[in-house]
Write a protein that binds this ligand. Sequence first.
Ligand code: CUA
Length: 412
Amino acid sequence: MSSNNFLTTLVRWSYAFVGLTCPALLSAGPLWLDGHQSTIVVEGPVARSQLNLFYVTCWVTLVVFIIVGATLAYATIKFRARTPAEEKAVPPEQGHGNPFIELGLIAGSVAALVVIAVPTLQAIWFTYDVPVEEKANTYEITATGGQWWFKFEYPTEQIAGVGPLVTGNELVIPANRPIRINVRTLDVIHSFWVPKLAGKVDMIPNRGNFLWLKADQPGYYWGQCAEYCGDSHAVMRFRVIALGPKEFNDWVAQQTAPARNVPLEKLADSDRPKAQFASLRTFKTNEPGITDKYESTPLDSWRAKQFPEKGESPELIAKGKALFVTKTCAGCHSIRGHGAGGLSAPDLTHMGSRSTIGAGVLENNHEQLHRWIHNPEAVKPGNKMAKGYRDNNIKLTAEDEVALVAYLESLK
Ligand code: CUA
């Protein structure tokens, strides 16, 4: 067992021990601290550098704890009153200022600080920006936070007559390449955090912050806004999907194309899909929107979303496309190639190819999309889509919702 493995085990057992006396702590995350947003099971060099610094600090504090604790225990046991006579005795004369001990304590504290300071400065230097030798290979992205979602822009991928490629809530990156992320905000202070890849960096109004990160290999990572930013801060999430070079290039080619069009052609009655929603399910607030099946194979689930589904209904899709404009969705959302150009909400050009909706809160499937469109307020309190429904007096029938879901899911 390496020394850091020993420390990891120690941290885990301490957490488990505290968790036994404080069940709320245990219910907040996996017992073994290896969940989706773990900072001790990491998958990139920046997060690893931060983890190693955590270990150094832990070791130093552990040594200090043992020395102080042992001294205290020794003095408490050795000099305790053992008999009634000793209890009544006058305490011995109190001494102050043994120069040898005091200088020793100062020297020891300085040594502990130096042991922590050297790797701290190294880590600050390393995590600040992409190392010089890797600069040429850097891929640049702009991430912008807003209440309560993330916009990702790809300045390298320019679309003629439009500008950079824009996506929402799912940041797809090339694996094993340094990614430099410029962080911005549309409104209040947010914070960009993908625990397994890098520490958090604040998105501050009128200030150009940045960070860099790298994923060791293709993978699927959970991100989270880490700065309190209003009602739905806790559900302001996102995902990072790291892909190999070829798969990443394919993804860029697909995303830079306009939204997919499903031609409206007559279907034989036998080919007509069954109604997707016989009845509208009622979801409770805070009911989980991501299933265990999805959680166990998130990258596979993401890949499966890249292709059109079987059994699409061209009629429903055409109806949903028209509703998207008449129900004013297009005032806030963009769908490139479909005449929707709103800029204040996530770009939905290829929404059907994302694995999550509602900024990483719900799995992107018919049922959850229906839930979101039906009552966004129950999923994300205070959000602007719910406000838009109220302000514009938007009423959607069950059939409208079915058509909108079919349309949005067709956008691959
Ligand atoms: Cu955005 Cu918290």
